[in-house]
Design a protein around this ligand. Structure first.
Ligand code: TXA
Ligand code: MG
Length: 329
């Protein structure tokens, strides 16, 4: 495994590697992705293998701009309402942390979509990601660059620590700006459905296309969106989730770590305590979320107690991750 920079020559080298079927982890504005050429089935198979990801969990295809949309998604088959919604969302929210689930084009390998008739498409706003896609075939399949079910990577070192030599190159773009994955929105329903809350808030989407539904997590073996698997985004240590305010009232036990949403006042064991945002700012909290969990997890704690975020905007996405992280316990 080799670390590359975000310079043009390094991105060109990475694009060549992708063309040869190798795996390249790259930064986006949300989290690091484990990239493979979306049309290379050998490379796609290696992504599932490297992540230890079940084959029923489809990948997101990343494109550099809306011009590439018709090549991946069969947008001609959409009804009028769905196409109108698509145009507005693409115009206002792309590039950015919004993944759209649309009918797939036949050219897209079934391996990428786990045999579904739909494809998840995202246009990241990160400059290095955009360039890498343009230097490549124009479509990169990229799940988050972590082993399946574990904490998502917001720094190159998280990818190196978690995937090591299972990835060929890591492009180091520093810490990702948003820190939480994209929102996944299914546009193929009469009322669109948020399959995964994320970096684009429900409120921002509803302002543009009207009411959407939020799919509640499924515990079935075959959920609608596999990211809804109940246990996901988990640290090594068991995690217990508390309502806001509750955590500060529980005495701290030895070997226990804490993740507060906002300032808890006096902290008994500062080295085992993290605060997502002292001032309670949701953007700052989201950016710190996975990073702080990685830090706490490196302390070999017996338990992590975490506090819920407010239930709106990015807080909904933070709480979704926390609930899934807590579901092992
Ligand atoms: O921010 C992100 O979206 C990051 C960066 C790297 O772009 N990527 C990411 O990918 O989070 P991943 O594979 O960790 O999550 C993709 C989610 C999964 O929950 C998957 O089940 C869902 O998208 N998904 C993919 N294709 C789908 C489809 N056709 N229908 C429904 N859900 C789909
Ligand atoms: Mg993931």
């Amino acid at each position: 495994m080799e670390i590359l920079s975000t310079s043009d020559p390094d991105l060109e080298k990475a694009a060549e590697a992708l063309a040869a079927g190798l795996l390249v982890a790259f930064p986006t504005e949300t989290v690091y992705g484990l990239g493979a050429d979306a049309f290379n089935t050998g490379a796609l198979a290696r992504v599932f293998e490297a992540k230890n990801r079940p084959s029923f969990d489809p990948l997101i295809i990343h494109i550099a701009g809306p011009d590439a949309l018709p090549r991946i998604a069969d947008i001609a088959s959409l009804d009028e309402l769905a196409s109108r919604r698509l145009s507005v969302l693409v115009e206002k929210l792309w590039p950015g942390p919004l993944t759209l689930v649309l009918p797939k084009q036949r050219e897209v390998p079934d391996l990428a979509t786990s045999g579904l008739a739909t494809v998840a498409l995202r246009c990241p706003s990160h400059t290095a990601a955009q360039k890498l896609i343009r230097f490549s075939t124009g479509a990169l399949a990229a799940p988050s660059a972590n082993p399946f079910g574990f904490l998502s990577p917001t720094k190159a070192e998280h990818v190196r620590n978690q995937l090591g030599n299972r990835v060929d190159y890591i492009i180091d773009g520093g810490r990702t700006e948003l820190g939480l994955e994209s929102t996944v929105l299914d546009l193929g329903r009469e009322i669109p459905v948020i399959l995964r809350p994320g970096g684009t808030s429900r409120e921002a989407i509803e302002e543009l296309i009207g009411p959407v539904e939020l799919s509640v997590g499924s515990v079935s073996a075959k959920p609608i969106s596999p990211g809804q698997l109940i246990s996901h985004y988990a640290p090594m240590a068991p995690l217990v989730l508390h309502k806001q305010g509750e955590l500060a009232l529980i005495p701290e036990a030895t070997g226990e770590g804490r993740l507060y949403f906002s300032s808890p006042g006096d902290m008994a064991v500062p080295e085992r305590t993290r605060v997502l945002s002292q001032s309670g700012d949701l953007t700052e909290a989201a950016a710190n979320f996975f990073d702080m969990l990685h830090e706490l997890d490196s302390l070999n704690l017996s338990l992590i107690r975490a506090e819920e975020a407010p239930a709106y905007g990015l807080g909904a996405a933070i709480n979704d991750r926390l609930r899934r992280a807590a579901s092992n316990t």
